[in-house]
Design a binder for this molecule. Structure first.
Ligand SMILES: NC(=O)c1ccc[n+]([C@@H]2O[C@H](COP(=O)([O-])OP(=O)(O)OC[C@H]3O[C@@H](n4cnc5c(N)ncnc54)[C@H](O)[C@@H]3O)[C@@H](O)[C@H]2O)c1
Length: 419
């Protein structure tokens, strides 16, 4: 564990708060501090320009610090204008890192920050939602051609990378960190499940037991939220357009149906689709008085806040991060402006979960730097994914079994017989 030093002057309170936040992450990150540090400190990242564009809070700052400690020239920016933490920004600047992000929550200045990050000409990008990658492609085509690799964090960003590849517009290798099992099985499901409910409850101070709670989208994220809500006593309604996942939700004991019916009597509605306008005018027309809407998916547009604003007679802020839209005799409450509620309105994923996700990202970036790869979308090699899980298990004092020779499958013998 490497503790960052404190500044003594009082005007650096913000810096010190950021340092404390990052040091707290350091305490609970055994995989990053062990396996990842050991791998990336082999000298191959020295002088390599890597942009880290993930929600800019303490866990992201810790990943950026590990890459900087390994000799990389790290450029840090935020992946969403509403999730940048000011104290963390100042702590990183204090240690001499290049940070192009301000915690002003402003969409236009955020776009400018991403372009400024692009102009610093990163060779590699650790991205979230492909936010920087897309913008380099759209606004800096010459730099796009020079990019050597991208490691992408999210489901939404992965879909964007595949769309670029399918359009013949991906001239570099991209790793889908999200497809690593050590990412989506834990981050999307348990991380988002726990922290979305945590954030909704902290912001609203409302109860879960006995309420009707609707989740839109039953992917890894939606399933995590639904499972936690069900365990807390909610009657959970699921809206899912993929019939297999809808069936899975039914088998999991959820109430599956159409969105209009699911939200009709809901006290809380959470979106987790990765798409846009999952909750829009048809749902706004039937939502009950005092419902709470929150988003856990990547887009701030999953709840169609713009249309809700057009429909509203008036809008007010009832409490921090709760915007209330008054529609006739109904109030509709939107949390955190429709941004990812667990990050904009909470502390983001648990540190122990981001220890896995950022191990995938850190080792993914190291793999991209060290391994010649064809342009296109790639999955993190299984042995790297496995090594992360093993490191985590060992940090927990768990040493699982290996298969004994007599347990090996006779599949290969059978193939020989067919030859
Ligand atoms: N908040 C966080 O911290 C966090 C963490 C991880 C992922 N994410 C984001 O959450 C979103 C979901 O991730 P995932 O891994 O669950 O993705 P996923 O693709 O596994 O699941 C999304 C599900 O939503 C369904 N869907 C899409 N549009 C729908 C609609 N209009 N109505 C009903 N169902 C719809 C799809 O069929 C799919 O089953 C993504 O945007 C991802 O980037 C957020």
């Amino acid at each position: 564990m490497v503790e960052l030093g404190h500044n003594s002057t009082s005007h650096l309170t913000l810096v010190n708060e950021g340092i404390d936040r990052i040091n707290w992450v350091d305490r609970y990150s055994p995989v990053l501090n062990g396996l990842v540090r050991k791998s990336v400190n082999d000298g191959t990242l020295k002088g390599v320009r890597i942009a880290v564009v993930v929600h800019l809070e303490a866990k992201t700052a810790f990943l950026a610090s590990i890459l900087a400690d390994a000799g990389a020239e790290v450029i840090v920016a935020g992946s969403n204008p509403l999730t940048t933490n000011g104290s963390v920004v100042e702590a990183l600047r204090n240690r001499g890192m290049t940070v192009v992000a301000e915690p002003d929550g402003n969409m236009q200045s955020w776009e400018q920050e991403l372009l400024a990050a692009a102009d610093l000409q990163p060779e590699y990008v650790i991205d979230d939602g492909a936010e920087l990658t897309m913008r380099i492609g759209m606004y800096r085509p010459e730099l796009f051609k020079k990019l050597k690799g991208v490691s992408e964090e999210t489901t939404t960003g992965t879909a964007r990378l595949y769309a670029m590849k399918d359009a013949g517009l991906l001239p570099f290798p991209a790793l889908t960190a999200n497809d690593a099992r050590c990412k989506h099985l834990f981050d999307n499901r348990y991380g988002t499940g726990q922290t979305t409910l945590q954030a909704v409850l902290r912001l609203t101070n409302k109860r879960v037991a006995g309420i009707q709670l609707a989740v839109i989208g039953y992917g890894y994220v939606g399933r995590g939220i639904a499972e936690y809500a069900k365990k807390m006593g909610a009657q959970v309604h699921i809206v899912e357009t993929d019939p297999v996942r809808a069936l899975e939700a039914h088998f999991d004991g959820m109430i599956v149906g159409k969105s209009i019916d699911a939200v009709h009597d809901a006290s809380i509605v959470v979106t987790a689709t990765g798409g846009m306008r999952a909750i829009g005018k048809p749902e706004f027309d039937v939502l009950p008085h005092d419902v709470v809407l929150a988003n856990a998916g990547h887009h701030d547009l999953e709840v169609d806040v713009a249309t809700l604003a057009e429909m509203a007679d008036s809008i007010s802020e009832k409490r921090s991060q709760i915007t209330t839209y008054h529609l006739g005799d109904r109030d509709i409450n939107v949390l955190s402006g429709g941004a990812l509620v667990n990050i904009a309105g909470g502390s983001g994923h648990p540190i122990e979960i981001m220890d896995l996700t950022f191990a995938v990202q850190g080792l993914g970036a190291h793999h991209l730097v060290n391994t010649p790869m064809e342009p296109g979308v790639h999955i993190l090699p299984k042995h790297i994914d496995d090594s992360i899980a093993e490191a985590k298990l060992h940090s927990l004092g768990i040493f699982p079994d290996n298969p004994r020779p007599e347990q090996e499958d006779d599949f290969r013998e059978w193939l020989k017989g067919m030859a």
